[in-house]
Design a protein around this ligand. Structure first.
Ligand code: PMP
Ligand code: GLN
Length: 382
């Protein structure tokens, strides 16, 4: 057997999402850890996939994605954010947003390049930067409501800065960037060659009347941005692993080179089905209301517990602070919660700089009301 020397990702452990979901299964716990719905995707959409399979769409689709789907994506983005992306040159269908993020980082980050990452951050960004020989430059989001200190971002920029990654609505904190944030960023990036990687997988999950400030709304950002999106998050089918990215054609040319090497193309019948399903905007416009109800139900059910929180403004995650319940660290508490109480959540320290522990767990509320009620009962008894 060949000896494995020099791991390319020496510090990487199994993803916390796999770890917690596995534990939840083992202990037959309610799983509010990994972010996926426990209810079914729309029957109409499943029927469209079945029809596509029966109609013979079972071989490789075009590598950049089915034309009808790219056209529908272009229409959706234009109607929501008033920005036209050319379906042929500026939109690529990917195997979830994960692949889009991987492609964008791999296409543009060279050895020694710096990439600014706002922490806490989703867990694929930094290992992908490192895999490409780049260096993550971490900046902590500030305060209880995890605001970006744009002055700090400005100061962190060096001649080596190749990219900055933002994520709105934000996993794991549930905060969202405002139009002022986006304008500050636009101002900072003006005149630089820095590429903006904008992770917008939760674009349709935003609450309390807030509007998603997509990077594509801001010309000075869109001209340098790769925007990543996920149908799995939007249409309750994370297991279908289908998403897309948007970028100006010169950037997209390079992204497509990596896309051809990673997956070449993405499952065909799902693309045909999404293309049809997207014709009705209601399918994504109703999501914010739907998930806001879930958030409100969950928060109402735990209002008499000893957890404290700021209500989530977007995503389907709610952070809860447990410092009034125990002084143990979040990883221990999360483990004990699964093993002894039958409820799985994500310890937030795994996303933080140096795994800083702020006594917070992340709970996914993309669950049936019945599941949320059972989970809340456990939380209220702690
Ligand atoms: N970015 C963020 C912030 C996420 O939470 C996720 C998880 N879905 C992804 C990217 C990956 O999305 P997908 O499942 O479409 O690969
Ligand atoms: N995005 C999901 C979350 O934050 C999980 C994705 C994954 O399991 N890799 O929970």
């Amino acid at each position: 057997m060949p000896e494995v020397t020099g791991s390319k990702l020496p510090g990487n452990k199994t993803s916390i999402f796999s770890v917690m979901s596995k534990m939840a299964n083992e202990y037959k716990a309610i799983n509010l850890s990994q972010g996926f719905p426990n209810f079914e995707t729309d029957q109409e959409l499943k029927d469209l996939v079945t029809r596509a399979m029966n109609n013979g769409f079972n071989q490789y689709p075009p590598d950049i994605g089915v034309q009808a789907l790219r056209e529908q994506i272009s229409r959706k983005v234009e109607s929501l954010y008033a920005k036209h992306y050319d379906p042929d040159k500026e939109i690529t269908v990917t195997s979830g947003a994960t692949e889009a993020l991987f492609n964008a980082i791999s296409a543009f980050v060279h050895k020694g390049d710096e990439v600014i990452v706002l922490k806490p951050a989703y867990d694929t960004y930094e290992p992908t930067i490192e895999l490409n020989g780049g260096k993550p430059v971490q900046i902590q989001l500030k305060g209880q409501d995890y605001q970006v200190d744009w002055e700090e971002v400005r100061e962190a920029i060096s001649p080596k800065t190749r990219m900055i990654i933002i994520n709105t609505p934000h996993n794991p904190t549930g905060t969202v960037l405002s139009s002022e944030d986006m304008l500050d960023l636009e101002n900072i990036l003006k005149g630089t060659d820095i590429i903006l990687l904008s992770d917008e997988v939760y674009e349709h999950l935003i609450f309390d009347g807030l509007e998603h400030q997509s990077t594509s709304r801001f010309p000075g950002l869109a001209e340098r941005a790769v925007v990543c999106a996920s149908f799995g998050k939007t249409f309750h089918n994370t297991g279908w692993k289908t998403g897309y990215c948007l970028a100006p054609r010169e950037l997209m040319k390079e992204i497509r080179k990596v896309h051809e090497l990673t997956v070449f193309s993405v499952n065909h019948p799902m693309q045909i089905a999404y293309a049809d399903y997207l014709k009705d905007p209601q399918h994504y416009l109703e999501l914010s209301g739907f998930y806001q109800q879930k958030r409100d139900l969950f928060l109402n059910l735990i209002k008499d517990s000893r957890f404290t929180c700021t209500p989530s403004s977007g995503t389907y995650y709610q952070l809860l602070n447990f410092s009034e319940i125990t002084s143990e660290n979040d990883v221990n508490f999360a483990e004990r919660l699964v093993k002894e109480k039958g409820l799985a959540a994500i310890p937030v320290s795994v996303f933080n700089i140096n795994q800083k522990d702020n006594s917070q767990l992340r709970f996914c509320f993309a669950k049936t009301d019945e599941t949320l009620e059972k989970a809340a009962e456990i939380l209220c008894n702690l």
